[in-house]
Design a protein around this ligand. Structure first.
Ligand code: ZN
Ligand code: ZN
Length: 245
């Protein structure tokens, strides 16, 4: 596609949005100011956000600087901290669906910016050396065409000025769907499914490990353990939303 053609298409798109404002896919109202990632600015500002002092998985109050409450803590978890935008509820759950199935670039830009805001004042996250995505199995990535967590990692890396290389860690085993499993079964299901491809680039590094949704934390924790075993100094988890079991 040449540049003139691309500019013409984009100009016509803006003109169409001006004459016929698009509908927000959450509140279904026309959005004269345009959409970012499928929803209007008003709906983005209604996204529920958890603060410090709230468990980043269930939202319960926690004492001090802990990121998970007693109920959600996982012994031997591979991540020393976790931060999440908020609960997996609409409209956040809707935009995460769009991130996987449509409008991925636009949603990842907006979600990545909000995730960056979550950690910008945090000393530990701020000093991270690398941003990595929890990988999908290669067959699943081929099917979708991209890894949604990698899109978020790239936006975040750009916002923080930190590299977000792809392929340093791979998912080497396909796992069964975890939706019907309890917490213990989920942890067993994902044990040892990740392999670090290039330990030299991980050694002594503090890594922000990114995924779209945190459920029990089994998957991101297992990925974190593989990074630690390969020599990472610390692994800090960051997800767009947290879904209760
Ligand atoms: Zn809306
Ligand atoms: Zn909790």
């Amino acid at each position: 596609m040449n540049a003139l053609y691309r500019h013409t298409i984009s100009f016509l798109g803006s003109l169409a949005d001006f004459v016929f404002p698009p509908f927000c896919s959450h509140c279904h109202q026309r959005a004269p100011e345009g959409l970012t990632g499928g929803i209007c600015p008003g709906c983005w500002s209604s996204v529920k956000k958890w603060e410090g002092g709230q468990c980043q998985r269930c939202g319960n109050q926690v004492a001090g600087k802990k990121s998970l409450c007693e109920l959600c803590l996982i012994p031997g978890w591979g991540c020393s901290e976790v931060k999440t935008i908020g609960p997996f509820e609409a409209p956040l759950s809707d935009v995460i669906h769009m991130l996987k199935y449509s409008d991925a670039i636009s949603v990842s830009r907006k979600l990545g910016a909000i995730m960056a805001e979550r950690i910008v004042s945090d000393q530990k996250y701020n000093k991270a050396d690398l941003v990595l995505a929890v990988p999908l199995h290669s067959a699943r990535e081929r099917e979708r065409g991209y890894n949604q967590a990698q899109l978020l990692a790239e936006q975040l890396g750009r916002a923080l000025g930190v590299a977000s290389p792809k392929g340093l860690v791979a998912r080497c085993r396909h796992t069964k769907s975890q939706t019907t499993m309890n917490k213990e079964q989920r942890h067993r299901n994902v044990e040892g499914i990740f392999a670090v491809q290039n330990p030299d680039r991980i050694k002594d590094k503090t890594v922000i490990l990114v995924d779209d949704v945190l459920t029990t934390g089994a998957t991101i924790g297992s990925c974190g353990q593989s990074l630690l075993a390969a020599g990472a100094r610390e692994v800090l988890a960051l997800t767009a939303a947290a879904a209760p079991l």
